[in-house]
Structure formats: structure tokens, C-alpha cells
Design a protein around this ligand. Sequence first.
Ligand code: PLP
Length: 473
Amino acid sequence: MDLPPPVNTDPRRAIPAIHELAREILAENPGIPDWAVLEAVQQVVGEARNALAAPPEEVGDATFPQGKEIWLERGLQRARELAAEWPRRVLNATGIVLHTNLGRAPIAPGAAEAAARAAAGYSDLELELGPGRRGNRLASLCQRLVLASGAEAAYACNNNAAALVLILNTLARGREVIVSRGELVEIGGSFRVPEIMERAGVRLVEVGSTNRTHLRDYAEAIRPETAMLLKVHRSNFEQRGFVKEVSLAELAQLGRDRGVPVVEDLGSGSFEDLAPFGFPAEAYVPRRLSEGPDLICFSGDKLLGGPQAGIVVGRAGPMASLAKNPMARALRLDKMSLAALHWTLGAYLSGRAREELPVLRRLLTPPGEHEKRTRGFARVLRDRVQEQTQSLEIEIVQNRVPVGGGSLPGFEIESWAIALVSPGGAAALAGRLRSGAVPVLSRVRDGATLVDLRAVDNADEPLLLESLLGLLH
Ligand SMILES: *Cc1c(COP(=O)(O)O)cnc(C)c1O
């Protein structure tokens, strides 16, 4: 008796050939580049093979496609992801103007044009056109920084973390830097003051306790090995209760008395005084400088509203040493950021910063104006949504938003938002809003999905409306 031929159940045999899959996807989708299709097919087939090799309990049903259509679909989707432009544009409806995950400060259109011009063509970046000799890429920028801040001198590098490393390494390498225990902060997980100091080659001397540091704590710690008194702004948290910190003015006086340089990492600073608008006074760089520190450093893309950069302002002596440190070359600012920052400083010097810079415009929108705009938008949204669905509730609520980006901890702006309440839940709706062609970023609070227009341009309102309507059903 003949036995029936053995049935080969090895699912690997069901995997189509890579080149065949790629050819079919390309034939149907001529817009997607070959490299993306080939890589996508290799990835999805590779993942399926790995899944087969894994122990059965780790292999879900979904990991191994059945049928060619599914292979084609998976390959196409992966190819689209690989070929997609990045970073993708999103609408920031969180109300948080300096959103760290969304690229922090958006620069002014004029600054973006200046950056594009510098990037796409040749320029006198490091050339003095008159004599035709080599120039300094920071000269013109530093002139503007000096004018805007009132400082003796200025310097700029890649970002504020780099500025702090450069300052520490230049002025205190191999020596001691005194910092209050209450200011040994971590910013964004990858930036911790003690670790930065170690890498910069300086010895950290902690003084005071977590909640209280007195002037005498600094004074008693000063030794011949002391190279600097450092103050670090607590950018992303607040201390309340039984607390004592030494003011910058007191610290600067101590430094002068004892002949030790005083440096402040301010984190976020501006050349526009925002105190009249209720913002903390210390963010105004000229005022901070008047307290008498030797150097202050801060970010270009926080409150300042410019490109990513680290800005240093202060006394000419220590400033001159920064540029001479060989590390300065590794931390230098690129031509696009230089051009954008130069333009941004021009807006401050002309007194047009509040109109021209999106960050300031959005932060300073008067509450009444913002409420009116929010109500108007909600009315249109409600009318249009009613045609589609009854199940969504749309309300106007008062909102409070942080400035974001590690700026001004504990300080919140009075704002307004459109609260969407959907039967599926707030987090699910927020997820849906992120999944559109132009993703919309919202915030979830008290069971509602909040859409705040503060950080959305007027010109983007129709796009926001269409995105919401496309997703709210
Ligand atoms: C944000 C911040 C930094 C880091 O600045 P980057 O420009 O992001 O490098 C450093 N110190 C303080 C106090 C900050 O707030």
C-alpha cells in the first residue's frame, strides 16, 4: 500500500520571494523609491523568519502573514514609512509654546529664510569682504548680543549644555566649582549638572542642603583650588516651603570680594522684559546681568524664540578665553543657526520682537483675545461636527498651560481650550488626533481632550479644523 506523499507544512515555504514582492509593489506604486521598497520587503520578511525561529509562545498569530495580499500590504506600508519625509509637520494644540518634544521654539519666518539663504548659497561667513581676509564667524552675531544685553562681551555655541561645558572646562578645568545642593538639577534626562561637571574636568563641591543654602555655605567652601561659584537655574521644578537660596547679587558680591568668578546657567533668557506681562523677572537677561555675575549662559531656543544655540554674555576677560579653548571648535554653531539667530537679534534690537517672534506672540496673546478666538473656532467646529455626529461634546473651558521647554517652572499662563468629550475616552481621542495626515497634538485633562489654539497660527486654523473633522467621527 502506498503512503500518501508527506504534506510540507513548513510555513517558510509560504514566504514569497523578496524580489518578486518588491517588483509588484514598485509596479503598483511608482511614487515610492526603489531603495525603500527593497528595504521594506527585506525587513518584513526578515521579521517573519525571525518570528518562526522563535519559541512558539513568543510567536503571535499576527506575526506571520498568510497570503500574498497581506505581504504586499505590509511591505507597502513599511516602504511608505521608510520613504516618508521627516520630521513631520504637526499642529501643536497643547497650548505649550515651547514644547520640547515638538522642536521647542519655532523661529520667525524671517529667521527661517535667513537660515535657508545661508544654507543654500555661499556667504561671507568667515570672510572680511573689504580686505579680503579671513573673518570671524561670530563677530557680527556677538556685536548684536552685546547690544541687546548691555554686556561687555558675548559668545555663542551649539546649545546651552555646550555653553556650560565650555565655560566649566575653560575657567575651572582641574579645579573646584562650588554649587548649591538644591541646584544639582537634571534637565531632560540626559543633562545632569554633576555629570556635566565631571565630563568638563572640574571637581564639584556641593554646599548647603537640598532645600537651604546660605551665603556662608559658599564662603566657607572657598579655597585656593576654587575656580568658580556656579548658580544653576532650577528650570524644570520649583521648591516651596522651608527653602533658602542665595541670590545672584549676593553670590556675585561674594565672588568679587574673594576674587572667584561667578557664573549663572540661566537656562531660559530673553532680551525683552516680560515682567510687565506677569512673567518671572529673572528671565530678562539685562536685569540678570545687572546683579553682577561674570558670565550668564542660556538657550537660544527657549524664551528667546530663536534657533538652537547656547548664548553667553558677560565680562570680556573670561569671554576671550572661551573662544581660545580647543573644545570651542567642537561645539561651534553652524551657519544656519548663526543666520537665524542674527536675524532674531535684529528683531529684538529694532523693538519688533513681540510682533515678529512666534514664541513671544503666542506667549503674550491677551487672555480676552485668546478666549474670543477659541469661542469662534469652537462655534465653527460645533456646526460642522453636528452634521457628522451627535456623540461628541464640545465645550469651552479655562486652561492653564506651562511655558514648556524647561522654562519658568511653576509659572503657568491663563489660557482657554476646546474640551472634546467622546464616548471612547479622552486618551483614545488624543491618539486618534495624532494619527491624521497632519497630526494634531492635544492634552488630556479631567476626562476631556483639550485643544488649545495658543500655539496654532491663525493661518493654520482651516487645516486644524479639517484635521479635527476628519478624525472626529
Ligand atoms: C534648558 C537648560 C539647559 C540645556 O540647554 P540646551 O540649550 O537644551 O542645551 C541647561 N541648563 C538649564 C538650567 C536649562 O534650563
